[in-house]
Ligand binder design. Structure first.
Ligand SMILES: [Zn+2]
Length: 240
């Protein structure tokens, strides 16, 4: 058995694949080749190989440092450093959302795609298209959850009754949004906002009314909460 102990310290911090940041490292083994080992070499160089140990988490890794006489910049001697496992290259996202876009793990792809497109429309200030997209997401929810109908409100915000003074129920989108409120998925105020979106995002109506930015923003936040409740926390029964 080989007793592994730290033989020395690596100068400067290098990447640790466990800590995921640059940390201080010691080395337990060092092998070096320099120009001194090669009498025929006509320039000065040093190539050092280390088996390293992170001084934070003890992960063992490999480090190579190479420098030669041409690598002097502004009077400072510089070296090329290689660490294995390598530090992952950070991918620069192609879309920089100003809106604080949420990331969901369990929501269906169709909902996620709609959500991303709605956020893009919102950022481009295309509020009408954002409302159309939000309406599609709301329809998706209603199809995925067991909510098939709900009450209907009249213009003064009272529940509509039929001739027998019984509560009227409808299985259209209007009714189903209220059904989500009955199921306590959303508050009555949020149901009202979604009703506005339903109305504004109905692309088949002839006179299109462009929604306000604040209405779309509120609706987006409600949708995010719904995605969390329905898909992320799986508190609701999903229809197969
Ligand atoms: Zn570490």
């Amino acid at each position: 058995m080989i007793i592994i102990s730290i033989q020395g310290k690596i100068e400067g911090k290098i990447y640790c694949s466990t800590c995921k940041v640059k940390t201080n490292h010691g080395y337990i083994l060092k092998y070096e080749e320099t120009s001194n080992d090669f009498p025929e070499a006509d320039f000065q160089f040093a190539d050092s190989y280390y088996i390293t140990k992170c001084l934070g988490c003890d992960t063992v890794a490999f480090f190579r440092e190479y420098g030669d006489e041409d690598m002097v910049y502004l009077g400072e001697f510089e070296t090329d450093k290689y660490v294995y496992p390598e530090e992952p290259v950070v991918e620069v996202p192609t879309v920089n959302y100003k809106y604080d876009i949420q990331y969901f793990k369990n929501a269906p792809d169709t909902i996620l795609e709609l959500y991303k497109q709605v956020v893009s429309c919102y950022e481009l200030r295309h509020y009408l298209l954002a409302a159309v997209g939000l309406r599609m997401i709301i329809e998706g929810f209603c199809n995925d959850t067991s909510i098939s109908d709900g009450y209907i409100l009249d213009k003064s915000g009272n529940k509509k009754l039929d001739q027998d003074k019984k509560e009227m129920r409808k299985d259209n989108l209007e009714g189903r949004i209220n059904g989500m409120e009955e199921a306590k998925l959303i508050t009555p105020i949020n149901a009202g906002i979604l009703q506005q979106i339903r109305h504004l995002g109905n692309a088949t109506v002839h006179e299109l009314e462009v929604p306000k930015k604040s209405t779309v923003k509120k609706a987006l936040n409600i949708i995010e909460d719904l995605i969390r409740t329905v898909y992320e926390y799986k508190e609701i029964k999903i229809n197969d």
